[in-house]
Design a protein around this ligand. Structure first.
Ligand code: GLC
Length: 471
């Protein structure tokens, strides 16, 4: 638990602090009974330094597992993503090993075929048990330069940022050979019906697209993190959408991520008032969406006092905003003292607002963000146009972001006000089927519609009078 689960000491069991294999099987069964899928987080770039493979590898230079990790006589200049050098001196065998993250997370050598076989076996272990797929941790980091060349300096490195950003990651990330590994993982996953391969990849959009693979035989879904990084204004978001859709390979399935455990919560990034607008955006974009627990009740980042810090990213480089604890706090189910989350002491504090921002309270309010999320989930199931309909006419006008989703005869107009004052938007004849931030569902619109500050409307366009006359 040096990095809270991202330091795996055994790929084929359940850590007793979370339960047993029996608990896991039951979870899977109960989820499947409810038509839910279970996707595991697979962490292949590094193991824990407690993993038997690493214990063996570090025991002697002659160990058969020596080459399973990255050992060198001299370090190069590669940094750890958690700050400082990525190389750790290991006295017993007098060499350095490389770690992209903590020194407790030594990187595996993915150029070694035996490593690949062992890791694919781990995938099969869980696929056999019935899991529906994997989210692959730091997929773009798996393979490093075979000559261990030094990285060039990052000309845009502003002081005050993580020292991990001081260099460009030219030689320890996104190496061309990584695509072979991704394709192999896909082959393993595809040998079982109906499973999915998702990749965690932080790269500029063009490089990201390569992870769909040749003939789309790479990741089914290379995570699209553009919305996590975009400024929150209509023009910037419109540009992100157009850019992504324009470079998406033919027949590739798009996806959008609004939040995760490594980034500030959306309600904190864009403001509580805009959280519903963001939800409407996410659910009306094409393809698969990823939301993070707690966003459906509008949770915000919880300030963490220095004594409460858990995240090693914060401990290693305090005070420059590296910590991820604020977005990892307990889910508030109700207004009781421990929010119905636990009877014990949670490992991170509850938000100060949990008396009002909790599932039970928001369930009582028909206009709450929780009900909006539920409505949007149901709506996507009912209207395939929202999932795989064409994305049309993306445009920004001041604070208004608009686009259409079209599938055959079904046409939706999405109007999102990313600002705080009213705007007028042109529309055809239609009916508001979801209003985020107001009670306007069922309202008929025609010609011009007012969209209030922090309001979002999903309008189902009905056949225009001219078309009706034609048909
Ligand atoms: C990924 C995870 C992050 C973790 C890191 C190291 O970025 O999302 O939480 O710390 O990999 O495994």
């Amino acid at each position: 638990m040096a990095d809270f689960g991202y330091d795996v000491a055994d790929y084929c069991t359940i850590d007793p602090i979370f339960g047993t294999m029996q608990d896991f099987d039951r979870l899977l069964e109960e989820a499947h009974r409810r038509s839910l899928k279970v996707i595991l987080d697979f962490v292949p770039n590094h193991t824990s330094d407690q993993h038997p493979w690493f214990l063996d590898s570090r025991s002697s230079r002659e160990s058969p597992k020596r080459d399973w990790y990255l050992w060198r006589d001299e370090p190069n200049n590669w940094m750890s993503n958690f700050g400082g050098s990525g190389w750790e001196w290991d006295e017993p065998t007098a060499q350095y090993y490389y770690h992209s993250f903590l020194k407790e997370q030594p990187d595996l050598n993915w150029r070694n075929p035996a490593v690949r076989i062992a890791m694919y076996d781990a995938l099969r272990f869980w696929l056999e048990r019935g899991v529906d797929g994997f989210r692959v941790d730091v997929m773009w980091l798996l393979i490093k330069d075979n000559q261990f060349r030094d990285n060039p300096p990052n000309p845009d490195y502003p002081p005050g940022q993580s020292s991990g950003n001081r260099l460009l990651t030219l030689y320890n990330a996104n190496r061309p050979e990584v695509h072979v590994v991704v394709a192999e993982m896909r082959t393993v996953v595809d040998s079982y019906p109906g499973r999915v391969l998702i990749g965690e990849i932080y790269l500029p959009v063009k490089e990201l697209m390569a992870y769909y693979g040749q003939d789309l035989k790479g990741a089914n879904l290379p995570f699209n993190f553009l919305l996590l990084q975009s400024a929150w204004n209509a023009e910037a978001v419109a540009q992100v959408i157009s850019e992504y859709m324009n470079v998406l390979p033919a027949r590739a399935w798009p996806n959008w991520v609004l939040g995760n455990h490594d980034n500030a919560r959306i309600a904190t990034r864009v403001g509580v008032q805009q959280a519903q607008v963001a939800a409407m955006l996410l659910f009306t974009l094409p393809g698969t969406l990823t939301m993070y627990y707690g966003e459906e009740i509008g949770m915000t980042n919880v300030p963490i006092t220095p004594e409460d810090v858990q995240d090693p990213a914060e401990k290693n480089q305090p005070g420059i905003g590296m910590g991820r604890d604020p977005e990892r706090t307990p889910m508030p189910w109700n207004g009781s003292r421990l929010a119905g989350f636990t009877d014990g002491r949670p490992w991170l504090p509850l938000g100060a607002d949990h008396a009002t921002v909790n599932v039970e309270a928001l369930e009582q309010d028909r206009n709450s963000i929780l009900h909006l999320y539920r409505k949007l989930i149901a709506l996507r199931r009912k209207h395939p146009a929202l999932i795989d309909g064409e994305m049309r006419s993306v445009a920004a006008d001041q604070n208004l972001l608009r686009y259409e989703r079209v599938d055959g005869d079904e046409r939706f107009l999405v109007l999102l006000n990313l600002g705080h004052s009213s705007v007028q938007a042109a529309t055809e004849i239609g009916i508001v089927i979801v209003a985020a931030g107001s009670y306007r569902e069922g309202e008929r619109v025609d010609n011009l519609v007012e969209v209030k500050g922090s309001e979002a409307l999903l309008i189902k366009i009905e056949r225009s009078s001219t078309r009706r006359a034609d048909s």
